[in-house]
Write a new protein. Structure first.
Length: 162
């Protein structure tokens, strides 16, 4: 029954944030969300706070990280003012597969072998955290003011508020 529901859900043209949220809620294989991740990366503008809350922090960070890598990739091709939309589609797929550890071969849409799988729905960041590893090289640790005007920055040992 769940397989039939997932098949029907795959065919629905709904907002990528909504689809990601549904897959999270019902613990559906995130490898099926490559198209939605690509749509979020390539669209103009950033996610709203409400959208970010719907898809949870690890996914928001993964999308942010993929957009940054896509921009760097497009900039490497000597494009002026590159955006994630300027990156080759197959290159963006490779970036997303790496960041979200999806069980898909780039360009083929087929699932990879189960030996490379992480727990369902886990991102590389989540897996590294569960193994006690740091992912500080791939997540921006710059200081950001919060709504109260104080600055909150991440450190390896936790958060620092100043």
């Amino acid at each position: 029954m769940k397989e039939l529901a997932v098949e029907q859900l795959q065919n629905l043209e709904i907002d990528p944030v909504e689809k990601i949220s549904i897959y999270d809620k019902y613990d559906i294989n995130r490898s099926l969300l490559l198209r939605e991740y690509k749509r979020l990366c390539m669209r103009e503008g950033q996610m709203s706070t409400e959208e970010g809350e719907m898809i949870k922090l690890p996914t928001v960070l993964g999308i942010y990280q993929a957009r940054e890598r896509a921009i760097r990739s497009a900039a490497g091709k000597e494009r002026r003012n590159p955006t994630p939309a300027d990156v080759d589609e197959e290159e963006l797929e490779k970036i997303l597969i790496d960041i979200f550890n999806l069980n898909i071969r780039p360009g083929s849409g087929s699932l990879r072998g189960a030996s490379n799988q992480t727990p369902s729905g886990s991102t590389n960041y989540q897996v590294m955290q569960s193994q006690g590893q740091s992912n500080s090289a791939s997540i921006d640790n710059s200081s950001q003011p919060n709504a109260g005007g104080t600055t909150r920055r991440s450190s390896r040992t936790g958060s620092v508020v100043s």
